[in-house]
Structures are given as structure tokens and as C-alpha cells.
Design a binder for this molecule. Sequence first.
Ligand SMILES: Cc1cc2nc3c(=O)[nH]c(=O)nc-3n(C[C@H](O)[C@H](O)[C@H](O)COP(=O)(O)O)c2cc1C
Length: 361
Amino acid sequence: MSIKGLATYDMDRDYYHNLEQGPRFTGEIPPWKTQPAFPFLGHTLNSPLGIPAGLLLDSKWIKLYAQLGYDILVYKTVRSRQYPVHPWPNCLFVRTPMLSPRDLPHRVVAPRNWEPPSPRQVTITNSFGMPSLEPPDWQEDVERALDHLRKGQVIIVSGVGTFEDSEERLVQDFVRVSSMIKETGVPVVELNFSCPNTAEGEGVIYTDPPLAGRIAREVRKVLEDTPVLIKVGLLLGRELKGLMKALAPWVQGIVGINSVSLSVVDEGGQPALGPERTTSGVCGWAIRQCGLAFAKEALAIKEVEKYDLAICGCGGVTHPSHVEEYLNLGVQAVFTCTGAMFNPYLALEYKGVVGSSAVPV
Ligand SMILES: Cc1cc2nc3c(=O)[nH]c(=O)nc-3n(C[C@H](O)[C@H](O)[C@H](O)COP(=O)(O)O)c2cc1C
């Protein structure tokens, strides 16, 4: 089978097809025992492995990936209003060596008619622009998703404010969407400060510590004691330190990294997603060193500054050994998005329920 054919998200079809018909999965779901033993934001989980915001488009996706042994399930980012998706295509394979966090290339190539050699080595660009259903529709669906959890699993819903014309209105919209998420009864809220695929102000909040801190403070007021995670992009050094200082008084954790925003071109050097989208997020295998560098620095800052923050590692996890690599740094949780899209058995492989023979190479 082609590598594309292994994915639960059908890259050849649009987002609405995947929302309505997905996830694409015909494999067996082997039995596995819940063994809650890992503390995470007041919960005890079967494992510290989860899916970050993105792949779990709705409750059907949550149901499948919960059955497949992922214990932290983040519902794809929602908004306080209906919002359109970017036009198809939304995912393309990218051919690149491992990216170095301190020396990112100016551009990467997404060749047409090319596939990576194995699901362990998949790098893609994704570009959705954070679409959203009307709030009552996603709220009802989140309530359905809560029914699919097993013991030792937790659901988080990711939300984002929509930038219109002022920072003040953006802050208020973050407050609005956070309250809507809380109404569903989910125990943890995540705020996306880092979408690499939106031209507007909401995608780069993580590079603006005063704004990030202001949003976090206002959201904290309405969420009371519901834990909040902040999703951030690749940031290192002084910038990361400044961001963590702004967030630490208000939130319980940081999830990094989001896809790395790069110029993605076809073999002829033209924007691979069309002239309207010259940059997009790159994720999967090639960003692992970026994710690890972020986690290492965030953990060091946390220790020196004595911040009470859960640091959650994300980026490039396509093999069980990559989960260990992040955990060995000291992160509280590890997320895999592209890895779990092309190898849904990754969690059960990590737990030793299925062998690596379950993964086509
Ligand atoms: C199909 C897809 C959709 C995504 N959508 C979102 C999103 O809605 N919100 C968000 O915070 N991150 C989103 N992401 C980014 C992932 O959460 C994650 O940060 C990124 O893919 C890096 O992890 P990975 O290398 O394991 O894929 C998306 C990623 C993919 C592949």
C-alpha cells in the first residue's frame, strides 16, 4: 500500500470529507488494559502519550484514537464562531533532511508524486487555517466525545480567538471561546497561540509575551480553577524565557511545538499550496530536533525559575523510542500528530500491546 493510503486522514480529499467520513481505519483494535499510573494536571493517566490539537477533527476521531490507546486526546482547535477552512490541498508530503532548530532552511520542497519511504519518516506540510463549526455544533460534539473515554484518559479542547481589528477584541474573543469550552464540561482547556497558517494576529501571539500574558490572565478569570495549557511554536533562548515569564502566573502548562512555519515550494520553486499560501506549517519526522530543543530549554527555564508548569513535548514523534527521548528530558507528556496519522498503532506499540511488525515499513 502507498504511504498515503496508510493515513487515517485522507490527504486526497478535503477537510469536510475527512470530518464527515473519517477517520479512515479498517485495522483491528487489539484489547489492552487500562493502568492509570501517570499524573497529569490532576488526572492519573494510563500513559503520558497523546494526540495534540489537529488530527482529532471530532468525536469520531476521538473515539478511534482513544480505543487505540492514546491517553491525552486534544480536540482540534475551535473558535467562538463558524470559520471556513483553507482550500484543498491541506496536506502535502515534504522531502527534507532533519531540520536543525538553530539553522532553519529558507524553504523546503513538497515534490508532486513523491512519497516518503516509510511511515516512520513522514514529514508533511499542513495548512487548514483553524476552521470551526458553529459553537453549539462543536459543543454538542465535545459532549459526545467525553462518552468515548476509558479510565486513565483525558480530553482537552483547543480554542483560539479570532483577530478582527484590535488586540482588545482578540483578548475578548479568547475569553469567549474559553468559556464556551468550559461549558462542555471538559476538564482542561488549551489555547492555541501559534497557528503557522493564519496571516492574522492570532497565529503569532507566542512571539508577543505582553499580549500572551494578557490573554492568559483574562482567560484565567473566567475559567477559575480549570487547568489551561498554551500551545506555542518553536521559540528558544531569551524569547522563550520572556514568554514563560509572562504565562507562568496564569496557566498550568505549555505544549510545544506547533508545526514549523516555512516557505514550502514545489520542484519548480513555486508555492506548493498555491500563490495565496507561500508559507505553511511543517510537521512530522523532520521537526523532532526542533521539538526536543524546545522541550530541553523550556524544562531548564522551568527549573531555574521554579515555575509550576507542565511542559508537554511535541514534534516529530514517529517511533516509540522518540517518546522515550522526550520523557528522558523530563517532560510531563508527549504528543504525536503526524506520527499517529500514518501509524495509528504507535501508542499500542509504545505500550507493548502490538509489535513493530504491525507497522508497514
Ligand atoms: C493535520 C494537522 C492539523 C493540525 N491542526 C492543528 C490545530 O488545529 N491546532 C493546533 O494547535 N495545532 C495543529 N496542528 C499542529 C500539531 O498539533 C503539532 O503541533 C504539529 O503537527 C507537530 O507535531 P507532529 O510533528 O507530531 O506532527 C496540526 C497538525 C496536523 C498534522
